[in-house]
Design a protein. Structure first.
Length: 641
């Protein structure tokens, strides 16, 4: 074992309907947990439900059931959803579990006896849906700054937790542990918006409702839901119980995965609780972005909630998992649009991965009766495929260790696309025409099979069902599907294949969109960006557009989106930095004739000078970008009018 790895999701509020955005956090945690297991770690993956609070009590009263009856029904549906989504959690905690209730009561009492919790009187604003207290200055237009809904004026006896006492200690800890809050911009938000302006003591008990954990020494009070909920990360491991072996083994957590809207609870209240209890802090709190629907946050009131179960029924679990993990990058929000989703399935899964597997299986069956073994390995194409296949696993491991899951999939697809290109370069169908090329043909199909084997292992954390189907069709098993096996190229000796169903049949976009529109009862509108204000011909004449030819292209180290290009401008060479690395491989740009804004003032991007800008068109969601190129033969340096 390489070591121990403890990963958590937030515990979820039992809602009648978890949408695809909620599902993302758990799928993300599952991919990381599976990958850590694959690479040799002893993993503990925790998820669960946060079942107390005024909001739950009010809903239950409206439905005419007890709060416990209400949450029991919802929890069953959440567990069923995680089963559908192939979530490999090790423990599911409920805050109504007896052991958790006892441990929270003990935690509250310890903090009280230490003097960090004291009795007082609360008077202020409270958002019931968010279970959050706010000062007058924190409200936005008099409403909750998190959800935008109405807040209530609350006045009651309460206990308070001395957050202010630990303000300087927390700030010092964050500054000395740069990976405690990721990504960087979340850390800056917490420091500048909450900690440095000054922490106020937190109201941590309520008397205006009863559905919560009673304060053991003053039972008319119930524990504030965030004290209750945050404690789950240690109570689930047995903290405060007769058997705390899991706590001793796995704490501190390696990573708490949370949505960006609850980062402040996990990076202010939670670490201060732990400091007060003399417990080590988690290594990282990662606040990921949201999955938006056409640019807006999902909500029932907006009618834009996307049901993950519906998507899995139409497209399969792995297609949904792939889209979620690919769409939300390390620092940014993602966007859901049904058309974009279907096109991603067609391009990445059906065209790239599906065709690679299908073509290779078909050729092995056609040319070698379904059995392949090593043949002749020769030439630059073989070496380049092998080099890529050896680079990708190491790069993926580094990216996953940095929580850059979307970029990890980009890296895996670099090998997928390289293998498809290898088919076009070696042309097995041509080799098959001459018996003299049989050993070479065998070598080509063996290399493709090896590449697919490595791809299958790499995608197993992200798309477990697809990996299993590939392994079944190629009869990959045993040592050749371990992590260590992908660190070498050529581990296969001999395999007999059996072609099965297509991994991802191509989808008719228009037909499927019509089905989804009927299902959701609304049509997703395409909105064109507004036209900018008018300019005169004199304004346009100031822009000097020229035809240039790309001579060289390379990635800029440390800049995922940027390429450095050298272009020929009619005999003059220029250096251009362009943010197109996500859309174009450097080698595919060489020789293209593109259009340059030639008289743009030079700038430095990531320390690299850029003398101009090349033109491109992109979709509003940035999913697709296409360079403006010149079809006919025209001299470089020619002016575009």
């Amino acid at each position: 074992m390489k070591g121990k790895y403890y990963i958590t999701t937030p515990i979820y509020y039992p809602s009648d309907r978890l949408h695809i955005g909620n599902t993302y956090t758990t799928v993300l945690a599952d991919a990381l947990a599976r990958f850590k297991r694959l690479t040799g770690y002893d993993v503990f993956f925790l998820t669960g439900t946060d079942e107390h609070g005024q909001k739950i009590q009010r809903i239950a009263e409206k439905k005419g059931v007890t709060p416990k009856e209400y949450v029991d029904n919802i929890v069953a549906s959440i567990k069923e959803l995680w089963k559908t989504m192939n979530i490999s959690y090790d423990k599911f905690i409920r805050t109504t579990d007896d052991y958790h209730i006892k441990a929270v009561q003990d935690i509250f009492k310890k903090l009280y006896e230490k003097g960090d919790i004291y009795k007082g009187y609360y008077e202020g604003w409270y958002c019931t849906p968010c279970e959050s207290f706010f000062t007058e200055t924190q409200l936005v237009d008099g409403k909750c700054p998190d959800c935008g809904r109405e807040v209530e004026w609350t006045k009651e006896e309460a206990y308070f937790f001395k957050l202010s006492k630990y303000q300087d200690k927390l700030l010092k800890y964050i500054e000395e542990h740069p990976d405690f809050i990721l990504p960087e911009k979340r850390k800056n938000e917490m420091i500048n918006n909450f900690i440095k302006p000054g922490l106020e003591d937190l109201c941590v008990s309520r008397t205006s409702f009863t559905w919560g954990i009673p304060v053991s020494f003053d039972e008319k009070h119930v524990v504030y839901v965030w004290i209750d909920a945050l404690s789950n990360y240690i109570t689930a491991l047995g903290y405060g119980s007769d058997d705390d072996s899991l706590y001793k083994k796995f704490w501190p957590a390696d990573v708490h995965l949370v949505g960006k809207d609850i980062v402040r609870f996990h990076t202010i209240i939670w670490p201060i609780m732990l400091m007060a209890l003399d417990i080590p802090l988690p290594k990282t709190v990662y606040g990921h972005g949201w999955l938006l629907v056409d640019g807006g946050k999902m909500s029932k009131s907006k009618g834009n909630v996307i049901d993950p179960v519906v998507l899995t029924e139409h497209f399969g679990v792995d297609a949904v998992r792939y889209y979620l993990l690919k769409e939300i990058s390390f620092e940014h929000d993602g966007n859901y649009n049904s058309e974009m989703f279907i096109k991603r399935i067609n391009s990445d899964l059906a065209n790239d991965l599906g065709n690679l597997v299908s073509r290779t299986l078909t050729m092995i069956e056609k040319y070698f009766n379904g059995t392949i073994e090593k043949g002749i390995f020769e030439g630059e194409f073989d070496e380049d495929l092998k080099r890529t296949a050896l680079e990708v696993p190491k790069n993926v491991e580094n990216l996953m260790d940095s929580l850059r899951v979307s970029e990890s999939l980009d890296e895996i697809w670099r090998l997928v696309r390289r293998a498809n290109k290898y088919i076009d370069e070696t042309m097995p169908w041509v080799l098959a025409k001459d018996d003299a090329n049989k050993e070479r043909l065998k070598g080509v199909l063996y290399n493709l099979t090896e590449a697919i084997r490595i791809i299958s292992v790499l995608i197993s954390s992200f798309m477990p069902d697809t990996s299993r189907k590939i392994n079944e069709q190629f009869n990959f098993e045993g040592k050749v599907v371990t992590w260590d096996s992908v660190l070498d190229f050529g581990n296969l000796e001999r395999v007999s294949v059996k072609r099965g169903e297509l991994l991802f049949p191509r989808i008719d976009v228009e037909k499927k969109l019509e089905e989804l529109e009927k299902l959701y009862g609304q049509k997703e509108e395409k909105k064109m960006l507004p036209i900018k204000s008018e300019i005169t011909i004199e304004d346009f004449d100031k822009i000097d557009l020229r035809v240039v030819k790309v001579l060289e292209a390379e990635r800029i180290k440390g800049a995922d989106k940027l390429l450095k290009l050298k272009v020929d401008l009619g005999g003059e060479e220029r250096q251009i930095v362009s943010g197109i690395a996500k859309y174009y491989e450097p080698e595919k740009l060489v020789g293209k004739k593109v259009i340059l804004v030639a008289n743009l003032k030079p700038v430095k991007l990531r320390g690299v000078e850029s003398f101009g800008m090349i033109l491109a068109a992109s979709t509003e969601d940035k999913e697709k970008l296409v360079l403006a190129t010149v079809d006919d033969d025209i001299e470089t340096g020619s002016q575009v009018k």
